[in-house]
Design a protein. Structure first.
Length: 235
């Protein structure tokens, strides 16, 4: 099958899964931003996307996208390394043509995956999984926090360590997306001279928008805790 056996096919899968993940991040970032504007509305969204069958199907689909994206990234990176090694960037780098993000996409991806595991523990495990467990008769976690997402966010980012960790993570995501969006659109056919500069601009705008939505939440709730004197190193 050409999607798996050919380099072009693997890049196509990387592009499609990458764009799908970017769209999810836009939705997720917008949803989280609602917590700043209206905690009640945010909780209503969380309830709609809680331990329901459609939310669980979406979670499984999202996990599959992440696995596919990372697996194909690993395969392509390994093949490129074997074929040309790291010397493939020497000439372009001397001319300033290769960005930091494009040279370190896989490393950035590994960093993002590592932080994502922490994020899943903080939010998916302590919220959706707790709801699922309680619906099945279990007694895991704090159900009151799981069903009050806006309050839980304020509790989490009352810890300044988490604020710093998330800001570092979001910085890695920004670098990854600035090149990733451009690369995906380039692979899907927007690769002529007219669109070359445009899709770079689009990639930067999308990456910045996604990251700013999440950064706003961290800074809002973290700053709120500092002003109220409620910072706490709670894990």
């Amino acid at each position: 099958m050409w999607l798996i056996n050919s380099s072009i096919g693997r890049k196509f899968v990387m592009s499609i899964t990458g764009i799908a993940l970017v769209l999810f991040l836009l939705f997720h970032g917008t949803m989280n931003f609602v917590a700043i504007l209206s905690p009640e509305s945010y909780n209503a969204i969380c309830h709609f996307l809680g331990a329901n069958w459609y939310a669980l199907v979406g979670t499984v689909g999202l996990a599959l996208l992440v696995v596919l994206h990372f697996t194909f990234a690993f395969i392509l990176t390994w093949q490129n390394y074997k074929a040309r090694g790291r010397d493939r960037y020497d000439v372009a780098s001397s001319r300033g043509e290769v960005s930091f993000a494009s040279k370190n996409m896989f490393v950035l991806g590994v960093i993002i995956i590592g932080f994502m595991l922490l994020h899943l523990y903080n939010f998916w495990f302590k919220m959706q999984f707790v709801e699922i467990a309680h619906k099945m008769g279990g007694d895991i976690g704090d159900l009151s926090l799981a069903t009050d997402g806006a309050y839980y966010i304020s509790v989490l980012f009352a810890n300044p360590v988490y604020c710093v960790i998330y800001l570092i993570w979001l910085g890695a995501i920004w670098y990854h997306l600035t090149h990733g969006v451009w690369s995906a659109l380039h692979t899907l056919g927007l690769n002529n001279k007219i669109w070359f500069g445009r899709i770079k601009c689009i990639g930067n705008i999308v990456a910045t928008l996604v990251v700013l939505l999440f950064v706003a939440v961290v800074l809002h709730f973290g700053g709120q805790a500092i002003m109220n004197g409620t910072t706490a190193y709670v894990w």
